[in-house]
Design a binder for this molecule. Sequence first.
Ligand code: GDP
Ligand code: MG
Length: 598
Amino acid sequence: KRREKIRNFSIIAHIDHGKSTLADRILEKTSALTQREMKDQMLDAMDLERERGITIKLNAVQLSYKANDGEEYIFHLIDTPGHVDFTYEVSRSLAACEGALLIVDAAQGIEAQTLANVYLALDNDLEIIPVINKIDLPSAEPERVKQEVEDVIGLDKEDCLLASAKSGIGIDEILEAVVDKIPAPSGDPSAPLKAMIFDSLYDPYRGVIVYMRVVEGTVKPGDKVRMMATKKEFEVQEVGVFTPKPTAMEELTVGDVGFMIASIKNVSDTRVGDTVTSADRPTAEPLPGYRKLNPMVFCGLYPVDTNDYNDLRDALEKLELNDAALQFEPETSQALGFGFRCGFLGLLHMEIIQERIEREFNIDLITTAPSVIYHVYLTDGSQLTIDNPANMPEQQKIDHVEEPYVKAQVMVPNDYVGAVMELCQKKRGDYVDMKYMDENRVNIVYEIPLSEIVFDFFDVLKSSTKGYASFDYEMIGYKESRLVKMDILLNAEKIDALSIIVHRDSAYQRGKVIVEKLKELIPRQQFEVPVQATLGQKIIARSTIKAMRKNVLAKCYGGDISRKRKLLEKQKEGKKRMKSVGSVEVPQEAFMSVLSMD
Ligand code: GDP
Ligand code: MG
């Protein structure tokens, strides 16, 4: 039977351990694609992705493989994003599989993301095939890494395959292991339809393309389907598989991984993790594990040029078509004017969206410092959710404030344990656990406020461990903290876009750092500008931006007009990312400076 020949699997790995390279080798060995047809790193489709070397969009490819037993097998290789911001998407694409290839770099060994991915694979009951990659490297220590796989993950070290994705060693063994070890899908093709959405993509010509895995039942063009979470109904126009070209099929049935097109206009109707069922014969229960994606990090996006406001809204609307996790709503700032409050899954997601708006839509942005969502309990018994520090009520009205915490896992060589603990402590972390992976590497676990991670945790971690640390985190919920709102005044005017929420104990120190930083970043104006940090009415730090000594135009008086215009032009160029805030010209960097720690 066809279904017994299907193998659905993913490749999971810490970043740079060789996932994309191995995927390329597998594509070469299986599909009919020639080298020339195959673009480098086929699975990473978007340009931005390639530049950043990360995978943002999941993909699924159908491959056919002739095994040593002489039989032809159908592989569905499902790609997963490689960043903590997209953990939920990773977990759903793993839920579409029966097995996973776990790639571990033979020189680096197990890293934080290796473990995080293994936990996700185990949560989804996947068969895990460990592969030690890069054995061609002179620094490779396959035996040590095998032992680590056994000690830390609990997989038998005898089951580890040795490979070099780069030089093509061990690829046949990997493909045979996929056939032998990963179970074929099971399910009833005549039951009511149950298919899980693990990704979707907006196509300007076809509408939304839904990537899904059929778990029960069958779906074909003409069927009426219902999305169980959003309750939206659609008529199926086309189903098919990616080979990797989209190829139409008569139907998709149990075990199939492919796409569905059904005149869907908006990706938010096709939520990752949702169950697609038949509208006429619906299943009683959706598949387990659906969760609505909630943004964790918020910031304000404002056009530098007020005339770009409508273009910015159009850009956000276009991006939202393709990104169910992106949220935005209009926001007005006294300082910055009209803009949008936007919600993101994490910092990387935020940076990607900002970059796309600037590059693809050509809009210069002022971005305010990222904030998490605070739960504020008022003395009158009511509760507020605050995603913009400027909206924090006065201190007297607040009973207590809670902030989101994450469980952070850091893996480092022995020598850096002290540095990592010091950093976690400084970031208000609560120590949880520390384990030796082998005689030289340690796994350190802390619970840390998400806001501290959002600020500059990863950069400081990298620099204080010479890049040797690897890091991963997951949300664990809210905890009470002694937080206060700090306001910044420029020229005695409160600038709402510069307000931040800080821990009471570090407020004075942070205030001092921020006013100094602003003094450095804000160019001299025609007049002297005092910069103040306040808690409520109380000024806790101040600095002064001295007045400009010379007018740039002064030396042009009497000179020829074109030279004067050139100078003005030049000045405007330099001002590109400046915004006049009240009477003061403030550059983009100043809005991020409130995050500075020292
Ligand atoms: P990913 O981040 O897991 O997708 O990793 P990539 O496939 O992009 O590989 C990261 C880097 O490691 C690239 O420079 C690859 O050329 C290199 N690489 C991948 N596999 C091997 C291998 O088997 N041996 C060696 N020496 N380098 C490899
Ligand atoms: Mg990759």
